[in-house]
Design a protein around this ligand. Sequence first.
Ligand code: CO
Length: 134
Amino acid sequence: MIRKIQHIGIAVRSLQEAIPFYRDVLGLELLGTEEVAEQKIRAAIFRVGESTIEVIESTAPDGPVGKFVEKNGEGIHHLCFQVEDAAAALSRAKAKGIRLIDESPRVGVHGMRIGFLHPKSTFGVLTEFAQEGD
Ligand code: CO
């Protein structure tokens, strides 16, 4: 059901300051940047083999990533698994007693259908399922 790690989300205060590290120091290919208004984020996406790293900054202090950075500082924010069917993956987790943040998928970066599991149910790791858009 899970195909691969789709991406790792890393929360930073400033994309402009963080991009040179991933691009110039690590030498990763920057695939692009994208704003997701609904999540109040802007993300820079770097290719790492078959997976990506999403470096994320908040576009508003009251957004989920803004609150995360305020509370925890910069760092790893979430882990995303690529699944064939995000709705099915969320229902399956729910049926197994996992608390969901998203009861059904919504549209995220790259038009993927995404949904999150609550970190209280996943040993502290905010876990995302993503289904590639068609
Ligand atoms: Co993500």
